[in-house]
Ligand binder design. Structure first.
Ligand SMILES: NC(=O)c1ccc[n+]([C@@H]2O[C@H](COP(=O)([O-])OP(=O)(O)OC[C@H]3O[C@@H](n4cnc5c(N)ncnc54)[C@H](O)[C@@H]3O)[C@@H](O)[C@H]2O)c1
Length: 251
């Protein structure tokens, strides 16, 4: 499963799953283009990647902005010469609100980052991958892309959409030597989850009890799956929505 010297672009690389995946790729010898809207957090990930002995280039970009996304891909190729793998992972959750109570602006904001952001990233990444003869993309969906998520209507809709985009691009570009897959984590212990637990502390117990594994997931467990999907070990895996959920959606 060699990822040595591969050029990997990661969005949402400043925290949580994105940072853990950046470090796992760095330890595997990959070179990293690290993207986040949060400059300080992204720079810190770049430092951690460099400390792990790999090249880490931070670029600030907002995945909802086409110009910035196009520039992020251009800058990656200008710096590293190509783009082998992309992990489109930046996402936001929004406050828990039932479907009938979500403000229109909040719905639009979540869709813009989680769904349009993934499409914009794929658009420019795929153009580069076609030009260079192939590549691999992994998108971060969620178990909320497979089943409903109480009080997270826009989030669930956006993640269902990510799986739709993933399967469509997988079908469209398989013959161009490009594979596109999604990961669908259940609750993973990151800042995103800590924020939700601050609002509803009783949630953690319920989430743990609901999972057959009786625990939350760790960012490194998502990272390991992304590395596998991006490696040649997964050479015939295309259009998959891979659950990393301790068995939650198998019940
Ligand atoms: N933590 C979980 O339980 C969980 C479960 C399933 C899926 N996910 C998904 O995993 C991904 C990462 O989540 P996390 O838990 O690591 O979250 P996190 O909040 O810890 O990290 C997300 C990162 O994305 C960045 N970001 C946000 N908006 C951005 C934008 N417009 N452009 C560029 N960067 C932006 C943030 O600055 C942050 O560094 C998200 O797509 C999330 O929906 C998380």
């Amino acid at each position: 499963m060699s990822l040595m010297n591969k050029v990997v672009l990661i969005t949402g690389a400043g925290a949580g799953i994105g940072r853990a995946t950046a470090l796992a790729f760095a330890r595997a010898g990959a070179r990293l283009a690290l993207v986040d809207i949060d400059e300080e957090a992204g720079q810190e990930t770049a430092r951690l990647v460099q400390n792990a002995g790999s090249a880490g280039l931070f670029m600030r970009a907002d995945v909802t902005q086409a110009v910035e996304v196009a520039q992020m891909v251009q800058a990656t190729v200008a710096h590293f010469g190509r783009l082998d793998c992309a992990f489109n992972n930046a996402g936001i959750e929004g406050p828990p609100t039932r479907t009938a109570d979500v403000a229109e602006a909040e719905f639009d904001r979540i869709m813009a980052v989680n769904l349009k952001g993934v499409w914009l990233c794929m658009k420019y990444e795929i153009q580069q991958m076609i030009a260079q003869g192939g590549g691999v993309i992994a998108n971060t969906a969620s178990v909320a892309g497979l089943v409903g998520a109480h009080s997270m209507p826009a989030y669930a809709a956006s993640k269902h959409g990510v799986i739709g985009l993933t399967k469509t691009a997988a079908v469209e570009y398989a013959r161009k030597n490009i594979r596109v897959n999604a990961v669908c984590p259940a609750v993973i212990r990151t800042a995103m989850v800590e924020r939700a637990l601050e609002v509803m502390p009783q949630l953690a117990e319920g989430m743990i009890a609901a999972n057959p594994s009786r625990r939350l997931g760790e960012p490194a467990e998502v990272a390991a799956a992304v590395l596998w999907l991006c490696s040649d070990a997964a050479s015939f895996v295309n259009g998959a929505a891979l659950t990393i959920d301790g068995g939650l959606t198998a019940q």
